[in-house]
Write a protein that binds this ligand. Structure first.
Ligand code: GTP
Ligand code: MG
Length: 206
């Protein structure tokens, strides 16, 4: 799956534009600027696939990526899709816009039947915030399996990363739909990518 190139197939600005439920979907959620789009690029090894930016609020739709070479017609559907999402919480955009993105993300996470796994990204410099806890509660209630990924691990010292991994692991114990293991990653340096790719392949094949 990760050996071949991936392509962008669709941007979804509102729930009614979602593609018909088909292949298993794996989605990347987190606060604005946490590194969702960068993580997708690092996973597939294609720098410019998902658009990234220093400015929070870059990704504005649910963006669907699939392995290349499938027409998408019935009988020739891709084996899975990766879904990049707008960030929640804050962004360099008007509040009404940010509220609309947050609503779209929450609705998708709660209501998408083919959503197999969510990767919930947490900036290793900031840790779990209140809005992340809200998303965890929503996923627990909807019984959607999720795993916490610490991002930008290259920006802090390894012992601090290890401390945060431990702290976060303890927090996850009270969340029934969460995986206990926390993956520390750096999209810049490639850390954690093999582990995540393997976990994604397992998630879509159960
Ligand atoms: P929105 O779409 O705006 O919600 O942001 P996002 O979560 O998709 O973040 P994005 O991937 O656009 O990255 C935001 C910024 O963080 C960019 O400037 C990236 O280069 C930087 N960044 C992302 N991942 C890493 C990382 O692992 N290490 C470092 N040092 N920088 C990173
Ligand atoms: Mg993005």
């Amino acid at each position: 799956l990760f050996a071949r190139p991936w392509v962008f197939i669709r941007g979804v600005p509102a729930m009614k534009f979602l593609p018909p439920e088909g292949p298993p979907e794996v989605a990347f959620a987190g606060r604005s600027n946490v590194g969702k789009s960068s993580l997708i690029n690092a996973l597939v090894g294609q720098k410019g696939l998902a658009r990234t930016s220093n400015t929070p609020g870059r990704t504005q739709e649910l963006n669907y990526f699939v392995p290349e070479g499938y027409s998408g017609d019935a009988g020739d559907l891709p084996p899975m899709a990766l879904v990049d999402m707008p960030g929640y919480g804050f962004a360099k955009a008007p509040k009404t816009q940010v509220d609309a993105w947050t609503k779209l993300v929450f609705e998708y996470l709660r209501g998408r039947v083919t959503l197999k796994r969510v990767y919930l990204l947490i900036d290793a410099r900031h840790g779990v915030k209140k809005i992340d806890e809200e998303v965890m509660d929503l996923l627990d209630t909807a019984a959607v399996s999720y795993q916490v990924v610490l991002t930008k691990a290259d920006k802090i010292k390894p012992p601090a990363v290890m401390r945060l991994v431990e702290e976060t692991r303890e927090k996850m114990a009270k969340h029934p739909a969460a995986f206990p293991e926390i993956v520390a990653t750096s999209s810049e340096k490639g850390a954690g990518m093999d582990e995540l790719r393997a976990a994604i392949v397992r998630a879509v094949s159960d």
